[in-house]
Design a protein around this ligand. Structure first.
Ligand SMILES: [Zn+2]
Length: 114
């Protein structure tokens, strides 16, 4: 680092690649899950149907979570485009830099999280 202080306008150059990277990662995980699911469905000898159903249920739950995260990432990228990134969707206050750094796709400030 050259010692430049971080400013509002310097956030995007690091945030966008971080979000894009996270989106890529989430899509890969979803692809893996799809593959697992189809291999489970055709592998009748490997496990009894109850176990297969249980694993498919787990995969479906995990896939749902991943899709939600991917939604958040894509929404955050859209906000970067229209200049509303980094504000809480409930109160409209700026979200803390520490929080954005830890969770670039978060939509809420620490007060309204969860
Ligand atoms: Zn808030």
């Amino acid at each position: 680092m050259s010692g430049d202080a971080p400013t509002e306008s310097s956030r995007e150059p690091t945030t966008r690649p971080a979000l894009e990277e996270e989106g890529r990662h989430l899509r890969e995980q979803l692809k893996e899950l799809d593959r697992d699911e189809s291999s489970l469905a055709f592998d009748d000898n490997f496990a009894d149907s109850g176990q297969v159903a249980a694993e498919q249920g787990e995969n479906a739950a995990l896939a749902g979570q991943l899709r939600e995260q991917l939604d958040d990432v894509e929404r955050a990228l859209g906000k970067l485009d229209d200049g509303t990134y980094g504000r809480c969707e409930v109160c409209g206050e700026p979200i803390g830099d520490d929080r954005l750094e830890a969770m670039p796709a978060t939509r809420f400030c620490i007060v309204h999280a969860g």
